[in-house]
Design a protein around this ligand. Structure first.
Ligand SMILES: Nc1ncnc2c1ncn2[C@@H]1O[C@H](COP(=O)(O)OP(=O)(O)OP(=O)(O)O)[C@@H](O)[C@H]1O
Ligand SMILES: [Mg+2]
Length: 309
């Protein structure tokens, strides 16, 4: 079983608006609403891979209900902790004429420590030994940076596998508790280690140190340049796939989903990494955080080049 946790979900409202002008009346050409937030994105990509997951986290108000309905209508099980405060809606203005992408994001509301603990309890109630719990994204304002570290330690004691995709303090504290997998991009790896890197080999060395410190798998994603997949035993380099780029938002979440899918299905590690390369590159070819279809993924899978370095 895979459980995804999103402490700060958002409704992504993407509007297509040719010739966007400030200080003017602008007319929207088309609009789409997507349930968003990193753990939720992972659940959506898992569904596209035919793998079930349970999405949990914090939702509130009408926006929260919209997100829950949207997940359920996509066939994703959802069991969130409900709060008074309305879940955020983030506006993304895509201008196909000026080729601009403008994000207008609402701030998230702080929540109490009890709510945070209630989310953990929802995950713990279903997580059996060997299950994967994906902890992804930011925590609400005021939440201590140790929140994921605390959960990882508790999940480890139950024999569940924590997959962490976070940044800054949440990641720095989180790795101390030895998650089963982390997926920093290059900037996040720099912030985690406090180092600037001189090329891929240098990053691979830092990732190996982390793997040797007891983190099972360290995936370093390098955007269009591909990714590194590092365990204590081996270092694989996945070369970037050339794809027509629509939106790179959520590419990392797709990679996380494929890593969880491969582990859940017991795929060989190298096959899981190859799938992660294909699924994430495929995600880049779709607008917003929409997962790609199976045909696109399979076509890209045949082009994946992975080598041991
Ligand atoms: N322009 C691109 N072309 C091909 N593949 C890409 C491109 N951008 C991203 N990818 C694929 O997606 C993976 C993850 O991307 P990236 O490193 O940008 O993650 P990220 O910064 O964590 O993204 P996010 O947090 O927004 O989901 C890459 O390792 C790569 O496989
Ligand atoms: Mg990311």
């Amino acid at each position: 079983m895979i459980i995804t946790v999103t402490l700060t979900p958002a409704l992504d409202k993407t509007v297509i608006l040719p010739g966007f002008r400030v200080d003017q009346v602008n007319r929207i050409q088309s609009l789409r609403l997507d349930a968003g937030g990193k753990g939720i994105n992972v659940s959506k990509v898992l569904r596209s891979l035919d793998t079930d997951s349970l999405a949990t986290g914090i939702l509130g108000g009408g926006t929260g209900r919209y997100i829950e309905n949207s997940l359920r209508s996509q066939g994703i099980a959802a069991d969130f902790v409900w709060v008074e405060q309305e879940t955020r809606a983030n506006l993304k203005v895509v201008d196909p004429e000026l080729h601009t992408n403008t994000d207008i994001n609402e701030p998230g509301a702080p929540v109490s420590a009890d709510v945070i603990e209630a989310v953990y309890q929802k995950a713990e109630a279903v997580a059996r030994a060997g299950d994967i719990v994906v902890l992804a994204g930011k925590a609400p304002a005021g939440t201590p940076d140790t929140v994921f570290a605390d959960w990882i330690a508790r999940l480890n004691r139950r024999g569940a596998r924590a997959y962490l995709d976070a940044d800054a303090g949440l990641l720095i504290e989180g790795v101390k508790a030895k998650p089963a997998l982390i997926k920093p991009n290059d900037a996040e790896l720099s912030r985690l280690t406090g180092r600037a890197f001189d090329g891929v080999a240098d990053m691979a060395r830092a990732a190996r140190e982390l793997a040797h410190s007891g983190i099972g798998t360290v995936v370093v994603s390098l955007g269009g340049d591909g990714a590194l997949f590092v365990t204590a035993e081996q270092t694989l380099r996945g070369h970037g796939l050339r794809v027509p780029v629509q939106s790179t938002v959520g590419a990392g979440d797709s990679m996380m989903a494929a890593m969880a899918h491969g582990a859940e299905k017991g795929l060989p590690f190298r096959d899981t990494c190859a799938l992660a390369m294909a699924v994430s590159a495929a995600a880049v070819t779709t607008p917003g955080t929409q997962p790609a279809d199976a045909d696109t993924v399979n076509q890209l899978l045949r082009q994946v080049k992975i080598e041991e370095i």
